[in-house]
Design a protein around this ligand. Structure first.
Ligand code: PGA
Length: 262
């Protein structure tokens, strides 16, 4: 599915020269292998690393590789602290469609991550504003995020920072765009509609991570990648704001790199 509302600024006839921090892999498995290897080397070097984690379709093979490495006893996550990017407003961490439940299913329940070092936004917190502030404080108290994983939305969002989010945005409640509501509906198992609001780390919170890996799989992400990488920082494509960070690596499969000149 392609978001027709999103017009690339650049003509698609002339491809964008490949920026040095963009790596293209044959398929999603190879992307997942590269990302999980980076995570394993980070944890070997610093067992008490702080990881920023994402949900959605994109990270599934990465979490599968992490589960497999744990079962082979090649990796242990027992000292790692995690912070997830976002959560649907109104959903408790027990709700099957919450990102907390996704994380348990995909990663936490099958590995040795310790509950006291897992940080998840509470979508059903009584006061989401206070929840957001407490999350920012917890990230600071943990020493900041060492390695942040990100996907990219069809509309260029990162976390749930939708188009129009500003570079100084912090963890907060947001209204989800129509594009995101449509894109996320198929992943709902117990709900017939996607919650219209969410709580998300802000762009400034994400940009404070020491290192960022952003992953895009499939041709439906190619346009968002082109817009994010073409050089202008454009609030209508939040991922373009990553250009201000000194240590961002993009990992794309061939389909997502359709508009990049290899
Ligand atoms: P996806 O979502 O991995 O399910 O495509 C990515 C995102 O919207 O950030």
């Amino acid at each position: 599915m392609r978001n027709t509302a999103m017009k690339p600024v650049r003509s698609l006839e002339s491809k964008l020269n490949l920026p040095a921090n963009v790596h293209i892999f044959a398929n999603s498995q190879d992307v997942a292998g590269a990302v999980s290897n980076r995570i394993f080397s980070q944890i070997k070097r610093k067992p008490a690393s702080v990881l920023g984690l994402a949900t959605g379709e994109t990270p599934r093979p990465i979490y599968a590789a992490m589960r497999a490495a744990y079962h082979r006893q090649d990796a242990s996550f027992s000292h790692v602290t995690t912070f997830n990017l976002d959560e649907y407003a109104g959903l408790s961490n027990d709700h099957p469609d919450s990102f907390a439940a996704y994380m348990r299913r995909e990663l936490f329940a099958h590995t040795d991550f310790q509950a006291e070092r897992i940080n998840l936004l509470k979508g059903d917190a009584e006061n989401l504003h206070m929840e957001a502030g407490a999350y920012e404080n917890a990230i600071k108290a943990a020493g900041g995020i060492d390695l942040q994983l990100l996907g990219i939305g069809l509309n260029g969002h990162i976390g749930f920072n939708e188009p129009g989010s500003t570079a100084d945005s912090r963890t907060r409640t947001v209204r989800l765009s129509e594009a995101t509501l449509t894109a996320n509906l198929p992943s709902m198992t117990a709900l017939s509609a996607v919650p219209s609001q969410a709580i998300t780390m802000g762009i400034a919170s994400i940009l404070e991570a020491k290192e960022i890996l952003i992953i895009a799989i499939g041709s439906r992400k190619a346009r968002a990648c082109l817009r994010a990488l073409q050089g202008q920082q454009d609030l209508s494509c939040p991922a373009s704001l990553l250009a201000t960070h000194a240590n961002v690596t993009w990992l794309l499969d061939e389909d997502a790199s359709e508009f990049l000149d290899r």
